[in-house]
Design a protein around this ligand. Structure first.
Ligand code: MSP
Length: 615
């Protein structure tokens, strides 16, 4: 019933704003048209997307022990692609990221820098924000766990769980990995009690702590996982989570007596709240409004539960076991999905701050440009699996896909249009493609890309969009409009239509790849003669239909991935490359992972490439 009412309210245009409030962050306007073909069935329904329900999406809150590296940037790039895609579908997205600033590891990092913990956190947190700007990350909320509103919400949450009878005091003795900020089971450790992730020996610790009664939630968790097997994605990670739960859940310590840098336990200032119990709540405190008195229920009412937590596989237990149990204890809803992606690796080892084998995202962006970095990691690494970085492969892929298949197709078509048609389209793209099955092929690939984006198969989504570029190039080469123009008469008219067809294809590619390459997509749109406002208002085509007791309402939400956007008479911009090839510097290209040192030596040459690409 609720869904029906939402659908009906959606039919009333007065409920729909036709202009985005903020071009980058607000949800996109939807345009309403009667469906030309009422029998055309929806592949998915956007009914629930415009009813005011938010699509809350999170990245992990990053530790600020050191500046961001490519591993941390990877989750955020993927999250940004998902957020942008969901906005294209018309959803009101709240994209949350931030920094995890408490705990022993951060205090130690600050001390090593000769800094106070807060000064240190301010610097590193800012480094994350700067990188997100450079990577075109369109987050809506950036939460720092040192924010006072966060602290208030953590304390309130703690008190709720305490009131539920789920917190008690006990002695604990165990092996602790400071880098993981986690007590470890002896059986999961390597020789000399080394942590398998950080390869450093764990410390033996004994303390009186406050404990969370995780074991109480064993049954409820099992049930929740059985009831909603999609809760953990990709599906192969669900088995891992189920086996942890089946293996028996043990209560865990949620306070530290030896750590000052943290949120004090309410009513016991001698202990601070365990950094994970604190940080997970950032997903909720981020939702709380700046003006409001921070309060758990207010925050929850602003979008909780999250639709999706994107995380790396190393922190799955915290998100798929501890966090749901904490939420159950506090009487709050569980997030709808936790997706654990794989690692970017070097020599098979997780790239990370603690191991010191990182790849510098700033340098990559500086040298290759934002779109190249975003595209490469999303296209090359199957989302969910591990992936190794190779500079040679980076250059080859980016050149082949972005510079050649997409950039060059647009550039040569615009060149021909300038020479033969004064840069003006002769007919609407719909007329140009009448009776031409090429248009259907493009639309099929668009649907394929959408399905992959929806399933978080980001690499396959890129592949489907690239395939549109491939069919466009094939069409161009087969039709050879340059020689048709030479023949004149009807051949020349046909060639002018072919150019419209190719440019419409490029336009669709721009929107379909926008979640991954927002800057490149804008440069393409600009070349096609659109304004920034038009680009910012773009949506992904979708259909829905709704039947109530007496009538069937067929609605067709027109979007910009649908064929027919370019109109006759539209004037294109002067052709200039939208993506410059990166020159391959084979003599000093590292065939494996390019670590910071290798990359520094090539900084200057690559900066040139980035500037051209950004032109
Ligand atoms: N602070 C915790 C998260 C708290 S969320 C409430 C944390 N921070 S982290 O900075 O160590 O890691 C953040 C994310 O970056 C994790 O999802 C982790 O998997 C991811 N990555 C860190 N190194 C990575 C790679 N080398 N490759 C891919 N992702 C990696 O954990």
């Amino acid at each position: 019933m609720a869904a029906r009412m939402n659908t009906l309210s959606l039919l009333n245009p007065s409920h729909v704003s036709l202009r985005p409030r903020d071009s980058r962050f607000s949800h996109r306007p939807l345009r309403f048209y009667s469906s030309p073909n009422p029998n055309r069935r929806a592949l998915f329904c956007t009914c629930s997307t415009t009813n005011g329900e938010s699509f809350v999406l999170t990245t992990p809150l990053y530790y600020v022990n050191a500046p961001p590296h490519m591993g941390s940037a990877y989750t955020t790039i993927a999250a940004d692609a998902v957020a942008r895609f969901q906005r294209l579908l018309g959803k009101k997205v709240i994209f949350i990221t931030g920094t995890d600033e408490h705990g022993e590891k951060i205090a130690a990092a600050a001390m090593a820098q000769g800094s106070t913990p807060l000064d240190h956190c301010n610097v590193i947190s800012q480094a994350y924000k700067t990188l997100w700007k450079d990577l075109d990350i369109s987050y809506d909320k950036f939460i720092r766990t040192t924010d006072s509103k966060h602290e208030a919400i953590v304390k309130e949450f703690y008190s709720r769980v305490l009131a539920k009878g789920d917190i008690y005091q006990a002695d604990y003795e165990g092996l602790y990995c400071v880098n993981c900020e986690e007590y470890k089971d002896e059986k999961e450790l390597l020789e000399n009690n080394c942590c398998p992730v950080h390869l450093k020996p764990c410390d033996s610790r004994k303390e009186e702590n406050y404990f969370f009664a995780l074991s109480k939630y064993q049954k409820s968790l099992e049930e929740a996982l059985n009831k909603n097997p999609n809760f953990v994605q990709p599906s192969f990670r669900l088995n891992e989570v189920q086996s942890w739960v089946k293996g028996g859940l043990r209560d865990f310590s949620i306070s530290r007596a030896s750590v000052d840098w943290g949120i004090p336990i309410p009513n016991d200032r001698s202990q601070t709240i365990y950094v994970w119990f604190d940080a997970l709540l950032g997903y909720i405190s981020a939702l709380s409004d700046e003006q409001e008195q921070p309060d758990l229920l207010n925050a929850v009412s602003s979008g909780w539960p999250a639709a999706l937590h994107l995380i790396g596989k190393d922190i799955l237990r915290f998100h798929a076991v501890y966090w749901p149990a904490m939420l159950m204890s506090a009487g709050l809803s569980l997030p709808k999905m936790v997706f654990g992606h794989g690692f970017l690796t070097k020599d098979g080892m997780k790239m990370g701050k603690s191991l010191g084998n990182t790849l510098e995202p700033n340098e990559l962006v500086h040298r290759f440009g934002t779109d190249a970095v975003r595209y490469f990691f999303l296209r090359e690494v199957e989302f969910g699996s591990d992936g190794d970085y190779s500079e040679e492969r980076f250059i080859n892929i980016v050149n082949a896909h972005l510079a050649n298949t997409i950039g060059n197709l647009l550039n040569r078509t615009l060149g021909l249009l300038k020479k033969n048609c004064q840069s003006t389209l002769v007919v609407d793209s719909t007329t140009a493609a009448e009776g031409n099955e090429f248009k259907d092929n493009v639309e099929k690939l668009v649907d394929k890309a959408r399905m992959h984006y929806e399933n978080l198969s980001l690499s396959s989504a890129c592949e489907a969009v690239l395939e549109i570029g491939n069919v466009g190039n094939f069409y161009m080469d087969e039709r050879a409009p340059w020689s048709l123009f030479k023949q004149g008469g009807t051949a020349s008219e046909a060639a002018a239509k072919d150019l419209v067809i190719i440019l419409e294809t490029a336009r669709i590619i721009a929107i379909a790849l926008l979640p991954v390459t927002p800057s490149l997509s804008w440069r393409i749109y600009e070349q096609l003669g659109y304004s920034r406002d038009q680009f910012d208002a773009a949506t992904w085509v979708s259909f829905f239909f709704h039947t109530d007791a007496s009538t069937t309402h067929h609605q067709h939400l027109m979007g910009d991935t649908k064929w027919g956007g370019l109109k006759g008479g539209q004037v294109m911009a002067q052709p200039k490359p939208v993506f410059a090839r990166i020159e391959n510097q084979t003599e000093d290209v590292d065939k494996g992972v390019a670590v910071g040192k290798t990359m520094k030596s090539k900084g200057k040459k690559m900066k040139q490439a980035q500037q051209v690409a950004g032109a």
